[in-house]
Design a protein around this ligand. Sequence first.
Ligand code: FAD
Length: 310
Amino acid sequence: MDIALPNTLSRWMTGPRVASLPQPTELPAPQMSFEFFPPRTEALEATLWASIRRLEPLAPRFVSVTYGAGGTTRSRTHDTVARLARETSLVPAAHLTCVGATREEVDEVAREYLAAGVRHIVALRGDPPAGASQYAPHPGGYAQAEDLVRGLRRIGDFDISVGAYPETHPAALNADADLDFLKRKIDAGATRAITQYFFDTDVYLRFLERCHAAGITLPIVPGILPVSNFAQVKKFSAMCGASVPTWMGTLFEGLDEDPETRKMVAATIAAEQVRLLQANGVDEFHFYTLNRADLTYAIAHILGARPKTV
Ligand SMILES: Cc1cc2nc3c(=O)[nH]c(=O)nc-3n(C[C@H](O)[C@H](O)[C@H](O)COP(=O)(O)OP(=O)(O)OC[C@H]3O[C@@H](n4cnc5c(N)ncnc54)[C@H](O)[C@@H]3O)c2cc1C
């Protein structure tokens, strides 16, 4: 036997040693929130409600419903949120943006939510409507999220979440200016921030350090996107300023026509991400469910969440 040949065992013995992650049972149960978008068709509506019912026993802190770009889903968002309030045990949160509406119109939507028993708003500036390259405030509207937070505070005692960007918002002058905007939204009365999704845990953990150094003490809840359609996420990430690591592309390589394997890979990636965050002390998670329950349910389960009787 030629012992000069590549020494596999020596390679194994001298590689980096990674301490095992703590078991979820050794850690506090996670607090979770789930995000949905308002469905466009009856078939999609059925999928959404099946997903809501599947996730409901996990007793999330709240579930939120997005507001279409350019304010295009105003009534569908309202209907979904109002039905959540009426028919489920869940605490609904409505996303609300500044786009395409006057302050009075936005205030009116917020008042309608209060009347429907909805006290949690995810307050956002919003993206420009399709076709517009740059955001321009509506004349007479709230210019940015900070103004919307102030407006909501005047209307009622809302729980207000705002957006945060671990990799910096694409329109920001620089990372410090972006952090300053986040601080201003929080000082205006937000109660938590939810991050844009990210795949590099280190980027998020460094962002938390910068937030803390800037005097922010409220939770900056990580937004977790379980990725099952890699091609779509790659396209979307280029627009919203979230980077997609090369290793992720490698993991999904050759799986374009193999959704079953893609789903298993997706669950593994997201499970690894949340367990690493959990091991670092993070115990609140916001899931971008894309109206599907399966991946979110599996990952929540891995985190230690178990169904409660509804
Ligand atoms: C958790 C989450 C949920 C979301 N849900 C929705 C949704 O339901 N519907 C939707 O349409 N979009 C949604 N978005 C996307 C969001 O609307 C966009 O990212 C939008 O471009 C910025 O919104 P914001 O509230 O963070 O804006 P802001 O906090 O107002 O601004 C974002 C950044 O832009 C820069 N900026 C803003 N104003 C100025 C200024 N005057 N001068 C210089 N720089 C400025 C700053 O760097 C600032 O941090 C969501 C984002 C997140 C993170």
